[in-house]
Design a protein around this ligand. Structure first.
Ligand code: BGC
Length: 372
């Protein structure tokens, strides 16, 4: 995506971005397309998700995906689901099982995007299309669906500068807590953030966090505090909310009460609560229904041979280290701060105000007119 498009994308409000292709008359009906008859609604779609330490996968991606496959197949389609719990070898085995277990298509969010390429090739040889989900797997994938991940990093970086309110220069020390080196998204988040931060603040310490685990982020933050000094850290760039939680714990362990601005991503419930309470500066809300539902549509369309529908769902294209011009869909994202909790996660039905505004957060919620 061009940077101009990114900037347009960022201004799009978070709610109801679903593109109604059917309403535009783009989609064929169930009966159209030659191969639609070949595979009807009795299909099996595999879904491989990477981990559980961050809450999005089990809380949103999986249930939303499953529901959509059911809706698209009149409750006849089956979803085979496996979560690799951050273990690339385990995911290889799960992929293998799905190939052997008769999946008609596989939607794959890779633990290790490079290592999984051989498994992807194996599925391809078995005639099973693979759609890379969220993380761009290497190997012969049929399509990719994700958010605009460089934009995610830019949004985080820009928000951090905004939170610093004009403070800049070499005395403005920042710690960067990046994601897992086996996840290509982590590289893109970092790249987007650095495009905003470089030359404006001093990156005093930067870590790549093994397996994206909050406890690893906490341990790295402890090291950063020891090296820099807690009171000399102006802000922390954390690539996601789970790690932001670990970062904040480490700061609190070190006795910090007036927390520096900390970024995040995913709109995890605990992070939204921290944002409301002023403990975390921002998150990035990535509309999960759009990603998971459109992935389900892509998989079902591919299996049912609805090529027009499939093409309409994949109008972008991306390159992976192994393949060029992969049909893709990149969903826009929104910066989530105190100001727009109601207009994003609540408006999209991700959380009820009452989920966020538990007793502990009642006063903070009232202050921003978020009432349960
Ligand atoms: C996803 C993030 C997630 C992270 C850790 C990334 O690939 O895009 O939403 O927080 O992985 O699972």
């Amino acid at each position: 995506m061009s940077s101009r498009m990114r900037r347009i994308a960022i201004s799009v409000a978070g709610s109801t971005l679903t593109l109604s292709l059917a309403a535009c008359g783009v989609l064929g009906g169930a009966e159209s397309g030659d191969e639609a008859q070949v595979k009807g609604n009795d299909i099996t779609v595999g879904l491989l998700l990477p981990e559980k330490a961050n809450t999005r996968y089990e809380q949103f991606d999986y249930p939303i995906f499953k529901k959509k496959v059911a809706a698209l197949t009149r409750d006849r389609g089956r979803v085979l689901y496996a979560n690799a719990e951050a273990d690339a070898k385990k995911q290889e085995g799960q992929l293998e099982e799905m190939i052997e277990g008769g999946a008609d298509a596989i939607v794959l969010d890779a633990v290790d995007a490079h290592a999984v390429a051989e498994g992807v090739a194996k599925a391809k040889r078995a005639g099973i299309p693979v759609i890379a989900y969220d993380r761009l797997a290497e190997g012969p994938i049929d399509a990719y669906i994700s958010f605009d991940n460089e934009l995610v990093g830019e949004v985080q970086g820009r928000s951090l500068l905004e939170a610093l309110g004009g403070r800049s220069g070499s005395a403005t020390r920042i710690v960067m807590m990046n994601g897992s080196p086996t996840d290509p998204n982590a590289r893109q988040f970092k790249k987007g953030a650095l495009a905003e931060l470089t030359g404006k603040v001093r990156i005093a310490k930067s870590y790549d966090t093994k397996d994206w685990k909050p406890e690893n982020a906490r341990a790295n933050m402890k090291k950063a505090i020891n090296a820099i000094g807690a009171d000399r850290i102006a802000a922390v760039y954390s690539a996601n909310d789970g790690m932001a939680g670990g970062v904040i714990e480490a700061l609190e362990d070190a006795g910090v009460t007036d927390l520096p601005p900390v970024t995040g991503q995913d709109a995890e419930l605990s992070a939204v609560q921290r944002i409301v309470a002023g403990e975390q500066y921002m998150s990035v809300y990535k509309p999960y229904p759009q990603e998971a539902e459109n992935a389900a549509e892509m998989a079902v369309a591919r299996v049912q041979g609805k090529d027009i529908q499939f093409d309409a769902l994949t109008r972008d294209n991306v390159d992976s280290p192994t393949h060029k011009n992969i049909p893709a869909q990149l969903v826009p994202v929104v910066a989530l701060t105190k100001e727009n909790v109601a207009d994003t996660v609540v408006a999209d039905g991700i959380y009820e105000a009452s989920d966020i505004c538990t007793a502990k957060y009642e006063t903070a919620c009232a202050a921003i007119d978020l009432e349960s």
